[in-house]
Design a protein around this ligand. Sequence first.
Ligand code: GSH
Length: 204
Amino acid sequence: MSLTLHHCQGSRSFRAVWALEEMGLPYELVSWPFPPRALAREYLAVNPLGTVPFLIDGAVRMTESAAICQYLGDRYGPTSLAVQPGEDAYGDYLNWLHQSDATLTFPLAIRLRYSFVEPPERRLAQAVEDYGKFYLGRLRWAEACLADGREYLCAGRFTMADIAIGYALQLGTFQKLGDQFPVHVASYYQRLIERPAYQRALLR
Ligand SMILES: N[C@@H](CCC(=O)N[C@@H](CS)C(=O)NCC(=O)O)C(=O)O
């Protein structure tokens, strides 16, 4: 096994770092300034998309953070972090993994672009406000599930789905939306960030 992860602090590659730390796998971390497409043009020779995460594992190349979490759990398990196809929660698990980026991180990426990445003359206060509300509204599904008192999203245990959703909550918090999280989501997020592997990942 020889895992190399290309990473930018605070970006979606955090999901992969957190998953690697939870599993205790050895890996090489290569850190870039954000966005590498603009600030480190040589990165395009590594990943033509210019995005992070970028995981290299032998001949395998991966650019999707939730898929990387799923891959690590399945390829380098067995681990309780992965939910198996034979488990009742398998469908929920996949849905959370995909929801984490396609539904929850997407509005935050638009906010980030129009409040920070674009030069001041191209920033859009309306987009920042609208997509903030959009994101908060989309936490409704997680809030409804967590309201039954469960500690984690599915399978009765901490899984890769919690890592994937946890990053979408971290990014919302970094964008100062954390004080508007619904009550069960807020305490769930608190539980996640107290994990030693989360804390180690923050320091990478
Ligand atoms: N769906 C992909 C999105 C990857 C992505 O867009 N990453 C952002 C960082 S959070 C990025 O690299 N942006 C820089 C750019 O687009 O140039 C994932 O979940 O990893």
